[in-house]
Design a protein around this ligand. Structure first.
Ligand code: ADP
Ligand code: MG
Length: 623
């Protein structure tokens, strides 16, 4: 046996930063250190149970996995101990001396960038262990890996300030003991009833027994009791589970302080049996929109009550990544690996069932609990929209759940469904109209809407970035077309068409004059059927991207083809009459360019030459 020397090491720079953030942001939720340490102990028991399937000798002689919490009033310590998988020296260094996960790095960047220290986020990023330093000024970890001999225990110790020490020690039992040397004013955690109430509040549904000694003469006595429910909640019949049970299980599962919004708990019996317990959170986790797939936690796969892995990606599509919960399958092989899982046909069926359950749940919320649905939609509506492109099979169901602002809705509230729209359609209308813009104000103020307003036709107002992209996959709903009001030639009915042909004919000389004046700034100039009040607007071809989106993508570094706009005009407008009458070539050119530029501004397109625009405008104002 080699004997590693005692040594002192510096924390990785990021660990020091995390420690600083955690200790300064968790002061109002100090007590979560216990939940975090118990959650680690429970993970360690889960891991050992899983490893022991292939190597039963790992648990020989000590098969009952459990967690012991205790306190010492004289030494002023709180101890959390487990007989789980344990860690060897390298693992201790890798797991608690450095920050291995990319998620924690992203978390750090975001927290420092936003100067935001939001306590409820911390547990989600695998920085849970460091919460020990919120209440302790020194933390000692004793650990021995389940497959290591007694002589190869590790002692890790730190004051959380920048360094830690490492030493090889003799440990009679496998597993990990974390000893917190409490700070001066943290005596409340030396009271057994405080510990007990924290365990029942935050860790009741940890599936292993959490034991606490009974107090004797002010000290922990020899007798102990199990203080948590210690059973897999999802295996109980629904009728025996209270809402509080469901909520407290959710909190320990999702590391969330807030209640879940709702949940669905189901058992499927048959050729393939499995249980699902799936929750919708009430608030988005911090990294939801950053596409943080590799850090997706909180959807756990169990096989016959044995925790197998965090398997959110295998069990749900990306657009439902906000769901938390548990899937427990009876018929999968216990020694399953992630690679095997990804090609497993049974799992495909479970995944389809999970998607169905979640969509059912959201539909039920929309139908029966509109207020909760609004909360849900604010938090996750934009994530759900990804499903329109991602999940062809469920596109119609997802589309049914979407809500938008509308010219017939209330202000900017996203409250109008596609079915609401269809219910209000005029006889003979076969198209759902929408407009996209980069803000609600730009959408509702767009000149493109004028003809629709004049005719009383509803238009959905879409101003989330994802909308334009989503609509690329949503051309139809309930057998009706969805169309952008800015695209193609617009003639709302036969009478319109006729009128427009006549107007175009009458405006021929004006159109020609404008084309000559604007030269290669435009691909075409035509008479608009969209306008009633404004002089001009841009029109897009059916396959062209909205200008505001093209601008965003260009700014994000994408190579976007330059396309020349089509200018539409309203020949009835006084400004166009002025262009027509203007004999001075220079003045006419200024007016023509301003007509184009105001249309570009309204559409959120960039002005190619802002200073030329300003000079032109000033000449006209003074002229
Ligand atoms: P997370 O639990 O999200 O991974 P933590 O900061 O809580 O993040 O823990 C960091 C890592 O330290 C864990 O992933 C685990 O590998 C290791 N660890 C912490 N506590 C224990 C323990 N009681 N037994 C075994 N390993 C542990
Ligand atoms: Mg943890």
């Amino acid at each position: 046996m080699t004997f590693a020397p005692a040594e002192t090491r510096k924390f990785e720079a990021e660990v020091a930063q995390v420690l600083h953030l955690v200790t300064h942001s968790l002061y109002s939720h100090k007590e979560i250190f216990l939940r975090e340490l118990i959650s680690n102990a429970s993970d360690a028991c889960d891991k050992l149970r899983f490893e022991s399937i292939a190597k039963p000798e790992l648990v020989a002689g000590d098969g009952e996995l459990h967690i012991d919490v205790s306190w010492d009033p004289e030494a002023r310590t709180v101890t959390v101990r487990d007989n789980g998988v344990g860690m060897n020296r390298d693992e201790v260094v890798a797991n608690i001396g450095t920050i291995a996960s990319s998620g924690t790095r992203r978390f750090l960047e975001a927290m420092s960038a936003e100067q935001k220290t939001d306590a409820h986020l911390i547990g989600q990023f695998g920085v849970g262990f460091y919460s020990a330093f919120v209440v302790a000024d020194r933390v000692t970890v004793l650990s021995r890996r389940a497959d290591a001999p007694a002589g190869e225990g590790v002692k890790w110790e730190s004051d959380g300030k920048g360094e830690y020490s490492l030493e090889q020690v003799e440990l009679a039992q496998r597993g990990t003991t974390v000893i917190l040397h409490l700070k001066a004013d943290e005596d409340e955690f030396l009271k057994p009833w405080t510990l007990k109430s924290l365990i029942t509040r935050y860790s009741d549904h940890v599936a292993f027994p959490i034991r606490l000694p009974l107090e004797k003469d002010g000290k922990p006595g020899d007798e102990g009791e199990t203080v948590n429910a210690a059973s897999a909640l999802w295996t109980k019949p629904k009728s025996e589970i209270s809402d509080e049970d469901y909520q407290s299980f959710y909190k320990s599962l999702g590391h969330d302080f807030n209640d879940a919004l709702t949940w669905t708990h189901n058992r499927v019996e048959g050729s393939q049996s499995f249980t699902t317990l799936l929750y919708l959170p009430s608030q988005p986790p911090f990294d939801l929109m950053m596409g943080g797939r590799d850090e997706r936690k909180g959807l756990k796969l169990y096989i016959k009550r044995v925790f197998i892995m965090d398997a959110a990606e295998e069990l749900l599509p990306n657009y439902l990544r906000f769901v938390r919960g548990v899937v427990d399958a009876d018929d999968l092989p216990l020694n399953v690996s992630r690679e095997i899982l990804q090609q497993n046909r049974q799992l495909d069926r479970i995944k389809a069932a999970c998607v169905k359950r979640v969509l059912d749940l959201i539909e039920k919320l929309a139908r029966d609990e509109p207020e909760k649905f609004t909360t849900f939609y604010k938090a996750f509506g934009n994530t759900l929209k990804e499903g329109i492109a991602e999940d062809h099979a469920n596109r119609e169901r997802i589309a049914k759940l979407l809500r938008f602002a509308s010219t017939k809705g209330e202000g900017s509230a996203q409250s109008v469904s596609l079915d609401d729209y269809i219910g209000r359609m005029a006889v003979g209308q076969d198209t759902l109209w929408y407009i996209t813009a980069d803000s609600h104000a730009a959408a509702i103020g767009s000149p493109q809407l004028e003809a629709f307003k004049a005719k009383g036709i509803e238009v959905l107002l879409m101003s989330d970035r994802i909308d334009e992209w989503m609509l690329g996959s949503l051309n139809e709903y309930a057998g009706k077309k969805l169309k952008n009001v800015a695209k193609g030639e617009l003639a709302l009915d036969e009478a319109d068409k006729k009128q427009q042909e006549e107007a175009s004919k009458a405006a021929e000389p004006l159109l020609k004059k404008l084309k000559d004046l604007l030269g290669d700034r435009v691909s075409d100039v035509r008479v608009s059927a969209r306008l009633t009040d404004s002089p001009s607007c841009l029109a897009l071809s059916d396959y062209e991207m909205a200008p505001h989106l093209a601008r965003l993508l260009r700014e994000a570094g994408h190579d976007m083809p330059e396309s020349k706009p089509t200018l539409e005009i309203n020949p009835q407008h006084a400004l166009l009459m002025r262009v027509e009458a203007e004999a001075d070539e220079g003045k006419a050119k200024d007016l023509a360019n301003l007509l184009l530029e105001q249309a570009e501004i309204a559409a959120g397109a960039p002005l190619p030459d802002p200073s030329a625009f300003v000079q032109r405008m000033n000449r006209v104002l003074l002229g």
